[in-house]
Design a protein. Structure first.
Length: 251
């Protein structure tokens, strides 16, 4: 048997054994085949192939809803906010409603090109009748947040992670980016970056749901291994058909 044919059969057998153990990875192989790239068992462990698969999947997302949780180091304190209703519609529509904690019933709405490109913030509690306009990247908005509302969605967070990984691909000081299954439905990408070169964080880990190929969590640590941030996306509904009414104040 010719050597190239033997190698092909070996790859097919390896694929079959891998599918049998991890059937959810079949989607990645199908994408690799459809994209014209050679399919080998090692592709499922290639973090850059996985990131391209995620990018490919997210390109088809026009809008989504989810339950969003964010834990962030702001100043000297870690601010924890869980179970926020998040709605995003491309381009430039963002809606967040807090469902618990001190900000319960607060609503933040940002629509690019409207309200002078400010956030419409509907306050809660005794001030619930008030609506204020704030700059999404201004001091007031960032008092309790590491990022603007426009940077808190799945696409922006993935793009920041992927940009750092792609930049570090040829940097010998970066640690090897790894990919590993965490359970039958998710895998985790881990990356490490050197200080003083403009990378976002020292270490970052992104969890991807391999049924949808959408990120569901990312955690970052700083240059002294201090916690920086963690974002979680749960109960994601992709392309539900959001309209303008979904970006209005809604109690």
């Amino acid at each position: 048997m010719p050597q190239d044919m033997a190698e092909e059969y070996e790859s097919i057998i390896m694929c079959y054994l891998y599918f049998k153990r991890y059937p959810s990875f079949a989607g990645l192989f199908l994408w690799v085949l459809l994209s014209g790239q050679p399919a080998h068992a090692r592709d499922v462990e290639d973090p850059y192939a996985i990131m391209e698969r995620v990018r490919y999947a997210m390109a088809s997302i026009s809008d989504y809803t989810c339950i969003f949780s964010k834990h962030e180091l702001v100043g000297d304190s870690v601010i924890r906010e869980d179970n926020i209703i998040l709605k995003v519609k491309r381009p430039g529509h963002f809606y967040m409603k807090w469902t618990e904690g001190p900000n319960k019933n607060r609503v933040a709405i940002y629509i690019e090109g409207q309200n002078n490109n400010n956030i419409k913030l509907h306050l809660n509690g005794l001030l619930g009748f008030l609506t204020v306009a704030i700059d999404p990247k201004g001091k007031k908005a960032l008092e309790e947040n590491r990022h603007a509302i426009t940077e808190a969605d799945i696409v922006s967070i993935f793009n920041r992670f992927a940009a750092n990984c792609n930049r570090g691909r040829t940097d010998p000081e970066c640690s090897t980016i790894t990919a590993a299954l965490t359970d039958p439905n998710t895998l985790e990408l881990k990356a490490g970056f050197p200080p003083g070169k403009g990378y976002y964080a020292h270490t970052a880990a992104m969890t991807v749901d391999i049924r949808s190929w959408v990120p569901v969590r990312i955690t970052c640590y700083g240059w002294n291994d201090e916690f920086l941030e963690e974002y979680r996306f749960e109960n994601i509904k992709i392309n539900p058909g959001l309209t303008g009414k979904d970006f209005e104040k809604n109690w």
